[in-house]
Design a protein around this ligand. Structure first.
Ligand SMILES: NC(=O)c1ccc[n+]([C@@H]2O[C@H](COP(=O)([O-])OP(=O)(O)OC[C@H]3O[C@@H](n4cnc5c(N)ncnc54)[C@H](O)[C@@H]3O)[C@@H](O)[C@H]2O)c1
Length: 432
C-alpha cells in the first residue's frame, strides 16, 4: 500500500469520526436524556416521562413524626411510595415509643427499625448496609431545625415539611448547615406539586399574560374558628403554642404556603409588605387571621390573605395573577383546572391531562387527582434530585432559600402588624 493511499484512508477515518461526533451532538441536543430534560428546561417543558431510576430499587426513607392520628405523616408515606421512588423502611414516628411501634406496624416498617428517637435512628441506620438514604420531617415546627441538622450531619438527604423552622434565626442557621452538607434539602410546599400550578408558572414565565402586574392569593380555612385546642385537638394544640409553632400562628402555618405560591408562580419576589394580623379567638397568643399587602420587586402590588377562623371554609386556596395582556386563575377546590383570560376577550380553560402536561399530570383528562398526587410529584422530583438532577432543588423543588424567605415573610409580617401596619422591607433587619 502506497503512502498516498494511507493518507487517504486516514482522511476518511477522520471524516467518519467527525460525522459520528456530529450525529452524537445532534441527538443529544434534540433528544436529551431525562435528567438533562429536567435540568435544562424544568421550568418550560412538561415533566419527563421516564424516571431517572427506572429499574433501581426505591430509595430508602426514614420518617420523623407522622405517628398514629397525625395529619400529614400518612400523606407523606402514601406520596413517597406512590411512584415506588421511595420505600419507608424506618421511623421515629412519635416521642412515645409505643406509638412509634404502632406507626411502624401500620406502615409495614419492621419493629427493629422503629426507633425511640431520631438521633438513635440516624446512628443505627448509619451502621447498616441497607440504612436509610433520606429522611422526611413531619413533626411540629419547633423540631424541624434539630432534626434537619442531625440528618444532614449524618449524611442524609432531607425532605422537610414547611415551615422550614420555627423562627428566621433558625432558618439562617439551617441554611449554613445545608450549604456545608453533601445531602440535599427540599421543602414540601404541597401546592408546587400540582400540575396546573406548574403549568401556570410555565405560562407566566413564557409571557402568556405579559409582564406580571398583580398577584392575589387567598387562603381561608375555618377549622380554628373555635378554641378546639382546649378540647383535645392535637393538631390545634401545638399550632397555637408559640413554643411548638414558632413566632407565627396562621401566618407560619398556611400564610407561608400562600407566600411561596405567589412567588413560585409569578416568578417575582416580594420586596415589601404591610400586614394586619389578628388573634380573633379569645386567649390565643398567636395570630389566627392575616391580611397582608405586598409589593413585588418590580413594584407590582399583591394581596395575600390567610385565615383559620373563616368559618365554614375548608382549604379554599386560590391564586390569581394578572399581567399586561391576560390573567390566570387557579383554585384548590378544582385543582386540575387552570383558567387564563386574555385582554382580547379570549379565554383558555386547561384541564390536567398526562397527554398535554406530562408525567406530573399522571392521568388522562377528566380523572380527578389531587393532594396526594401533588405530594408524590414532589417526592418523585426529589428522587430525581438525589439520583443526580440536583438542579431541581431550588427550581422545581422549594429549597432552603425558599424556607428562609418564608420565615422572613413571617417575621416581617408580625413586626409590621405590631407596628400598627407599617411597610417593611423583606430584607430589613427585624427589630420586634
Ligand atoms: N405541606 C402541607 O400541606 C402540610 C399540611 C399539614 C401540616 N404540615 C406541616 O407538617 C408538620 C406536621 O403537621 P401535622 O398537622 O401532621 O401535625 P400532627 O400533630 O398531626 O403530627 C405531628 C406528629 O409528630 C409527632 N412528634 C412530635 N414530637 C416528636 C418527636 N420528638 N419525635 C418524633 N415524632 C414526634 C407526633 O407524635 C405526631 O405524630 C408541621 O410542620 C406542619 O406545618 C404541612
Amino acid at each position: 500500500m502506497g503512502r498516498g493511499c494511507l493518507v487517504r484512508s486516514e482522511k476518511y477515518l477522520l471524516i467518519l469520526l467527525l460525522v459520528k461526533v456530529f450525529v452524537k451532538l445532534f441527538n443529544y441536543a434534540y433528544n436529551p436524556s431525562p435528567a438533562a430534560q429536567v435540568h435544562g428546561s424544568a421550568f418550560l417543558s412538561p415533566q419527563p416521562e421516564v424516571a431517572a431510576d427506572r429499574g433501581r430499587p426505591p430509595l430508602r426513607l426514614g420518617m420523623v413524626g407522622g405517628g398514629p392520628g397525625s395529619f400529614i405523616g400518612p400523606v407523606h408515606r402514601m406520596a413517597a411510595e406512590l411512584d415506588r421512588r421511595f420505600a419507608l423502611v424506618a421511623g421515629s414516628f412519635s416521642s412515645d415509643l409505643s406509638k412509634t411501634r404502632a406507626g411502624a406496624a401500620a406502615y409495614g416498617v419492621t419493629s427493629e427499625r422503629a426507633y425511640a428517637g431520631y438521633r438513635e435512628m440516624f446512628a443505627a441506620e448509619r451502621a447498616r448496609t441497607d440504612g436509610i438514604e433520606a429522611v422526611a420531617i413531619v413533626t411540629p415546627n419547633h423540631l424541624h431545625l434539630p432534626i434537619a441538622v442531625a440528618a444532614l450531619e449524618s449524611g442524609l438527604h432531607v425532605l422537610s415539611d414547611k415551615p422550614a423552622t420555627a423562627t428566621l434565626a433558625e432558618a439562617l442557621t439551617l441554611r449554613d448547615v445545608v450549604r456545608r452538607s453533601s445531602g440535599l434539602y427540599g421543602l414540601t410546599y404541597t401546592y408546587t406539586g400540582y400540575p396546573m400550578i406548574r403549568e401556570a408558572r410555565r405560562r407566566v414565565a413564557r409571557g402568556d399574560v405579559g409582564r406580571v402586574r398583580k398577584a392575589i392569593v387567598d387562603y381561608p380555612q375555618g377549622w380554628l374558628s373555635s378554641p378546639i385546642e382546649r378540647q383535645g385537638n392535637k393538631q390545634a394544640e401545638w399550632r397555637v403554642d408559640p413554643a411548638r409553632s414558632g413566632l407565627g400562628g396562621c401566618i407560619g402555618d398556611i400564610g407561608v404556603h400562600a407566600f411561596n405560591l405567589a412567588e413560585y408562580v409569578s416568578g417575582a419576589r416580594v420586596r415589601t409588605l404591610l400586614a394586619d394580623l389578628s388573634s380573633v379567638v379569645p386567649h390565643r397568643v398567636l395570630d389566627d387571621d392575616c391580611n397582608v399587602l405586598l409589593r413585588f420587586d418590580g413594584g407590582q402590588p399583591g394581596v395575600l390573605t390567610a385565615s383559620q377562623i373563616s368559618t365554614g371554609e375548608r382549604n379554599g386556596l386560590t391564586l390569581r395573577i394578572y399581567g399586561e395582556t391576560g390573567g390566570l386563575h387557579w383554585s384548590h377546590a378544582d385543582p386540575t383546572v387552570l383558567t387564563l383570560n386574555y385582554s382580547d376577550d379570549r379565554s383558555e380553560i386547561l384541564h390536567a391531562s398526562s397527554a398535554q402536561f406530562g408525567a406530573a399530570a399522571r392521568l388522562p383528562t377528566g380523572h380527578p387527582q389531587g393532594f396526594i398526587e401533588a405530594f408524590a410529584n414532589i417526592y418523585s422530583d426529589f428522587a430525581d434530585a438525589v439520583l443526580g438532577a440536583r438542579d431541581l432543588i431550588g427550581t422545581v423543588i422549594p429549597d432552603i432559600e425558599a424556607g428562609v424567605r418564608s420565615m422572613r415573610f413571617v417575621e416581617r409580617a408580625i413586626e409590621s402588624s405590631r407596628a400598627g401596619g407599617r411597610w417593611l422591607g423583606l430584607e430589613d433587619e427585624v427589630t420586634a
